[in-house]
Design a protein around this ligand. Sequence first.
Ligand SMILES: Nc1ncnc2c1ncn2[C@@H]1O[C@H](COP(=O)(O)OP(=O)(O)O)[C@@H](O)[C@H]1O
Ligand SMILES: [Mg+2]
Length: 380
Amino acid sequence: MGCVGRGREIFFTPKPRDDNLFGRNKELEKLLSYLHDGVWVAVLGPRMVGKTSLAKSAVRRYVQDKNSMGIYINVASCGSFGEFSRKVVDSIETAFKAMKSQRRLKSISLGVYISDPGGILKTGIQFNVDFERGRSAVRNFVSAVNSLPPDTVIILDEIQEVRNRKDILLRSLWEIYNERPDLRIIFTGSYSGVLKALFTAGKKEAMFGRPPEQLVLSPWPVKTAEEYLLKGFEKCGIEYGHSEIADAIMTLGTLPGWLTLYGYKRCRGEPHERAKRLVRDEAVLKAKKELMNYVSTRTEPYKTIKLLKSLSEGPKRWSELKAVSRLSEPALSEVLEQLTEELGVLKKNELNRANVTYEFVNELYREAAKYLSTAEIEKR
Ligand SMILES: Nc1ncnc2c1ncn2[C@@H]1O[C@H](COP(=O)(O)OP(=O)(O)O)[C@@H](O)[C@H]1O
Ligand SMILES: [Mg+2]
C-alpha cells in the first residue's frame, strides 16, 4: 500500500515541507527567535539539506504566533535583477488576488502563509501593487514590497541565482531595510554571489552596517539519519533489514533530501538496491550539473575540469593539483577557495601547515567529477 495510508500523514515527502521537520528542532527555534527579534536571516547550506523546508516551517509558525503574513518566493529562474523584480511584483500581486478571493494558491514557486485573512483584510490595507510599466525595476520592486501588511516575512529562495546587477539588488534591499523596519527577509541559497556580498561589510556594495544573521544547515549526524529512515519505514510498514539502512546512508550520505527520496521509493515498494541506485544516479547527475555550471563560469574551464577529475581520485595536495591542472597559483587558490567556501563541494584537511589536502565532501561529488568531460564545454 505504500506510505499513503488513509488518514495518515505522508512521512517521506519528496517536496519541500513546512511542517513536521525531523531532527531540526534547534535550528527551527533559532530561526524563530531571529524572526521574533526582527532581524534578517540567511539560511545557508548545500542543496537538499533542508533550507527551503526550514524557512517555510519557521515562517508558518511565526505567522501563527504573530498574526501576520508570510510570503515565499522562489527566484531560482531569475538571472537578472529585472526578472527578479518582475517575479516579486507578480508574486505579491497573485498573493493579494488569492487572498481577496479566498482562493488557495497552487504554485511551487510561490506560497502564502496567513493566520487570519479576515483580520488582515479588516486593517484596511489596499492590496494594490502599484506597478508601472516603464518605471524602473527598482521602483516597482520597492513599491510592491512596501504594499505588504505590517510584520510580513518574505522568503527569497535561491537568491544566489540573481547574478546580473547584484549592485542594484543590494541597493533596493537596502531601501526596503530602511523604509520598512517591520518587515523581515529570509534569504536562502548557497553561500555565494549575492549572499556573500550581503555579508561583506566595508565593500562598496555591501548593504548592511549589520549584515543578516547566518544560519548554516549541515547534513544530519549519522544517528539522526538512521532514526529518520527507521521511523519512516515503521510508519509505512515495509519490511527492511537494518544493514540496508546503514548501506543507504553510506552510499547517499546524510542529506535529508536524498534520504527522503530513498525512503519515499522504499515506501512505494522499491527494493533497497534499486531505490538506492535510482537516488544515487539522480544525486550524481545533479552534482555533475552543479560542477559543470561552476566550470562554465571560469575563464579556464579545461584546466578546472582537469583539477576536478584529479580530485575524483581522492584527497590531493596543492602541489599535485597545480601540476595536474596547470593553473597559475592565484587562479588555483581562487578555484579551491570557491569550491570550498562558496559551493561547499570540497573540504580542506589540514593536519599541519606542511600537510594540507583537498577532497570532495562526499562520494556523490567524487563520482560526478569522474564523468566530467571537456566535450560538454564545447556544447555550451
Ligand atoms: N528536517 C527534515 N525532515 C524531513 N524531511 C526533510 C527535512 N528537511 C528536508 N526534508 C526533505 O528533503 C527534501 C529537500 O528539502 P529542501 O527543503 O527542498 O532542501 P533545500 O532547500 O536545502 O534544497 C524535501 O523532500 C524535504 O521534504
Ligand atoms: Mg531549496
